[in-house]
Design a protein around this ligand. Structure first.
Ligand code: CMP
Length: 448
């Protein structure tokens, strides 16, 4: 990517940038876990960990350089102005990133100050400031398409809770928080840490078994603070989890709520059981076929061009199924698709009633309908997927010549008379096909 000054900038979404961010994330998590442990268990300060820390520090320094050289996304546009990029970075994360990248461990090794008795070992904890800028990477993960946003939020929440618990447990060890004495077992860093984590979780979650209790004033103060954090965190976590779970399948929970409202209403109005069953089955069908989404609601806010594209995609089945659409021009398809309205009929519904004035015709997407005479004593035909009906009344402005009844659940597309008339005048091929079908039907009915 080049900006005005011809200096190459990295695209924020380019694969190498994403891989780098994942790498920084892994390094940060490793340092976040290891740094507090190094402060409390001095024996862990091995060469290997020092090497890891150096790798981490170099990573952080390189990350700062990269951030000054990566475009930023604003309103889905990549900003390439270096001044804006630098200003934004300095304002948000630069300070934290630079503190996290300072090579403290090198200073202390060089000056010989890195001893168990000095406070300097605490400086390693400054690396944890990297967690601040890591939030932006984690927020980016929300945009991943293969994971539901609610799940991403849940993972993030668990991540922060685990990190917080780890830091609190490390603090408990640091202040020499008491442990359960188990005779005959020599405490190891692992068992000490496990018990401290256990104390943290029982205190944070407000379970508080009371088997590990503070003894000194510092420990009491620490416990009080953790308890207060726990009480606040508990409400926050429960609220968040409830919200996340409710959002895991928004469509389903919305649909369920609607169904519950409807069935309460049906029971309140003492509707006959059979009617209630029919209504429930109808909603089940809607859920099975369209997951409760109302197409028109989704299309409503889209700009015209996107609306057409989406309609073309959603209605692709009907275009393939209806023979008279198959070879039609793209303009005709676009126009018809934009004006077709999906409708669902339950078994036994009269879609068209003999003798009534007609104001629409129907295309069958899925399902079967029966064409019958006025009192349903004469059967004319069964129409299925890809066929259409209701054209006679529109073409000739006469009452309906037959009753059309849904045999099972029917997914139909409705075309209003006004659009039908306007399309008819502009697309003679369509007019010819519909007229031919109308003539055939009228002949069968003995009307011509
Ligand atoms: P319309 O008269 O508007 O409403 C009833 C519809 O049933 C009619 O249009 C035709 O589309 C359709 N129809 C009528 N008679 C037949 C038939 N014999 N076979 C198939 N379809 C028919």
């Amino acid at each position: 990517m080049r900006n005005n000054g011809q200096i190459p900038l990295i695209h924020p979404d380019c694969l190498c940038r994403v891989v780098w961010e994942i790498y920084v994330l892994i390094i940060t998590i490793t340092i976040t876990i290891s740094a507090p442990l190094r402060v409390i268990f001095l024996e862990l300060d091995t060469t290997l960990l020092l090497v890891c820390d150096t790798i981490g520090m170099l990573t952080y320094i390189f990350d700062i350089i990269l951030k000054f050289n990566t475009g930023i996304l604003q309103h889905l546009e990549v900003v390439t102005d270096r001044r804006i990029i630098a200003r934004q970075y300095i304002k948000k994360y630069f300070l934290w990133d630079i503190i996290a990248a300072i090579p403290f461990t090198w200073f202390f090794s060089a000056s010989g100050m890195e001893s168990a008795n000095t406070l300097f070992r605490f400086f390693i904890l400054f690396r944890l400031f990297k967690l601040v800028s890591i939030t932006s990477t984690l927020q980016r993960a929300h945009r991943l398409k293969f994971i539901k946003p609610a799940f991403a939020r849940m993972i993030l929440l668990v991540f922060w809770i685990l990190i917080a618990a780890h830091l609190i447990a490390s603090g408990w060890i640091l202040i020499d928080g008491p442990r359960k004495e188990i005779t005959g077992i020599e405490p190891t860093p692992n068992s000490i840490y496990l018990e401290a984590y256990y104390w943290t979780v029982t205190t944070l979650t407000t379970i508080g078994y009371g088997d590990i209790t503070p003894e000194t004033s510092t420990q009491f103060i620490y416990t009080i603070v953790v308890m207060l954090i726990g009480a606040a965190l508990y409400g926050f976590i429960i609220g968040n989890i409830a919200n996340i779970i409710a959002n895991i399948d928004v469509a389903k929970s919305k649909f369920r709520e609607r169904m519950e409202n409807i069935s309460t209403f049906l029971q309140y109005r003492n509707m006959p059981k059979s009617l209630q069953n029919r209504i429930t089955k109808y909603y089940d069908y809607l859920w099975e076929t369209r997951r409760g989404y109302e197409e028109s609601e989704i299309l409503h806010d889209l700009p015209a061009l996107l609306k057409t594209e989406v309609s073309l995609f959603l209605n692709r089945n009907i275009i393939e199924r209806v023979p008279i659409f198959k070879n039609a021009s793209p303009e005709f398809i676009r126009e018809i698709v934009m004006n077709l309205e999906p409708v669902v009929y339950a078994p036994g519904d009269n879609i068209v009633i003999y003798g009534e004035q007609g104001s629409e015709m129907f295309f069958i997407n899925i399902g079967k309908v029966e064409v019958l005479n006025e009192d349903a004593s004469i059967y004319y035909a069964t129409l299925t997927s890809g066929q259409f009906f209701g054209e006679i009344a529109l073409l000739l402005s006469t009452p309906r010549t037959a009753t059309v009844k849904a045999k099972g659940y029917c997914d139909l597309y409705k075309l209003e008379k006004k659009t039908f008339d306007s399309i008819l005048t502009r697309y003679p091929d369509f007019a010819k096909d519909v007229e031919k079908q109308a003539e055939d039907n009228r002949r069968k009915l003995g009307l011509t």
